[in-house]
Design a protein around this ligand. Sequence first.
Ligand code: NAD
Length: 391
Amino acid sequence: MKVGVIKEDAPGERRVALVPETVPKLHKAGAEVLVETGAGEAAWFPDSAYAEAGAAIVSGPELYDQADVILTVTRPGPATVSRLRAGQALFGLLAPLTNPELARSLADQGVTAVSLDGLPRRLSRAQPMDALSSQANVAGYKAVLVAAETYGRFFPLLITAAGTARPARLLVLGAGVAGLQAIGTARRLGAVVSGYDVRPATRTEVESVGATFIELDSAVSAEGEGGYARQLTDEERRAQQDELSGHIARHDIVITTAQVPGRRPPLLVTEDALKAMGPGSVLIDMGASALGGNVAGSEPGQTIVTDEGVTIVGADNLPATVPTAASNAYSRNISALLLAMTRDGALTVDLDDEIQAGVVITHDGKVVQQATAALLQPTSDGDADVDGTGN
Ligand code: NAD
């Protein structure tokens, strides 16, 4: 089996799917590793390091021609998809729930698509493969550094001859993997940190990393399937937004990380909440997306300063801005999954396996992963529910 590592082509993407350290592990399992020229350069892994680890450095066309399995970090663009051929396998964070049409075209091309975001993360044997967690961890850390850089004051309490600076008050909304890492990082920088989530189980986690948990009077349990949150009803959402606004106004920095799988990120910070924040306040919206984010008016990749002097940073692919650490972790995740699917030096697909039933999106010309296939079913109005809104 030949495993190819492509040079990512998405704008700003600096990660690489496999780092040199992981090459010998694949060799041991009987795989040959091909690396596209310059694939690891932006994450500070030169071609020479891959060659020393035993990989062959090849051009893009050679890689697509020869590789049986192609490893990528993010969802490939149309140029990459058009280069894939029937019988090839593509491993990456393909986000099929937010773009089921990609799954359909990969199935039509006869490509076996394996997406790490479909992993049943709670299975203990899946944990070394959990790229969503490893990348969310990097993102949560970096969000705090972006906040610190944007904020015009100190994070810690500082007592100096020139006076005393009070510590920054920082609120993290959404206490999943990214949120908990953001809380821990902000605490290490000396901020006074609060956290909030709709899943009641997060209270002890928030408190265990040193933050105060914010309890809302309107609280409902939004524990959904598999440990994820469910989408709130309109009424629940309005009550949550109203009550959160008062808490938001009392903080200098708000980092939002709230996500509901396959759905638009919930709006947590409304325009009215923004108006109530003091000048110099900072919001980092990790939920910013083309569909809208956790913060009213945020745009992915854009920094906006409101008329009231509040800076809103629409975070966009934060893990790509910590490329070496993010690639090291991702490489361990993707290789663990690939090795778990390798028998006698070849890729074997077994949809009866619980992990594979989650991650294998297309195989044998069909969209086989249930959640993605369901999105491609025509809805009552005859259209597929490709944006995950049910409309
Ligand atoms: P995520 O990225 O899907 O969402 C981030 C957080 O946003 C979640 O904690 C969610 O509850 C919260 N959220 C959603 N809607 C919200 C709203 N309206 N208001 C406030 N908060 C809202 O989450 P994640 O980081 O991927 O983690 C999801 C779950 O998976 C968690 O239960 C986590 O503990 C679990 N997990 C388990 C393992 C494991 O068992 N090994 C590994 C990773 C994650």
